[in-house]
Ligand binder design. Structure first.
Ligand code: GLY
Length: 256
């Protein structure tokens, strides 16, 4: 069960966040704030307490707090983002993590290793980690050593065509895995019930398992219906302004 979530308010500088989705246009900042309010309320409906951190103008992508830490029941890993403009974000999160974890249970990924939390997917006692443009071999080596030390297993997954692992594959509990694009038919995930999300709804792969509910992004009716037919209670949340800078529902919080 998740008890807590941490989010960071978007900054006006999000308009210059890193993006491969400029065809969607620039984010509307006021609407992004409204969507962020809604996101917080939606998380609260799943039973967690949400800590809301202040916006930081210096870092356009800093609302995507998921990338700067991996929080587990046994310890926390402060990451080292592969995107140069995001590296400084880790220093902003440390004092918050220290409120929840003892110093001895806080670990760090260090240069030349890079890891972003969007590349990390927790499935019970196993963690999948994407080798992507943001998470490198050395980062995976460090992450594996840390997580194995906590008693978890770690499996590396190649990510070639998209930003982060969880942009394209997501675990929603009960052995159900949402898969799209390059992850369809991948041996690594063959022991799960694979549910293919078509390209036109691929953004909705990044739906969020939160306790007994799944949060699904607004505007993806086929995925919503499919998840409901699997028997889940769903909540819908509009994250379209964050999508314009490559952000999904999971990117916007740390959950633990
Ligand atoms: N804009 C989110 C990222 O590229 O990290």
């Amino acid at each position: 069960m998740f008890k807590h979530a941490i989010v960071r308010r978007p900054s006006r500088s999000m308009l210059s966040g890193i993006t491969t989705s400029s065809y969607l246009g620039k984010p509307d900042f006021d609407n992004a704030l409204r969507q962020h309010d809604e996101y917080i309320k939606t998380l609260e409906k799943t039973g967690v307490t949400v800590e809301v951190l202040e916006a930081v103008e210096e870092y356009p992508d800093s609302c995507f707090v998921e990338d700067v830490a991996v929080l587990t029941p046994k310890g926390a890993v402060i990451t080292n983002p592969g995107a140069p403009t995001r590296k400084g974000e880790v220093e902003l999160i440390i004092s918050t993590i220290k409120q929840y974890y003892d110093d001895k249970d806080i670990y760090r990924i260090t240069n030349p290793g890079t890891v972003e939390g969007g590349d990390v997917m927790m499935v019970g006692e196993r963690f999948y980690i994407g080798k992507s443009k943001r998470t490198n071999e050395e980062g995976i080596k460090q992450f594996t050593k840390i997580l194995e030390g906590m008693g978890y297993s770690v499996v590396a997954v190649p990510v070639n065509k998209i930003l982060h692992l969880k942009t394209g594959v997501d675990y929603i509990g009960n052995n159900n895995m949402l898969v799209s694009g390059e992850f369809i038919g991948m041996d690594i995930f063959e022991s799960y019930e694979n549910h293919i999300i078509d390209d036109n709804e691929a953004y909705a792969v990044n739906s969020l398992l939160m306790n007994d509910k799944i949060i699904v992004p607004y505007g993806f009716p086929s995925t919503l219906e499919m998840i409901q037919k699997l028997g889940y209670e769903t909540l819908v949340c509009d994250s379209s302004e964050f999508r314009k800078i490559d952000g999904g529902l999971s990117c916007l919080s740390l959950r633990f």
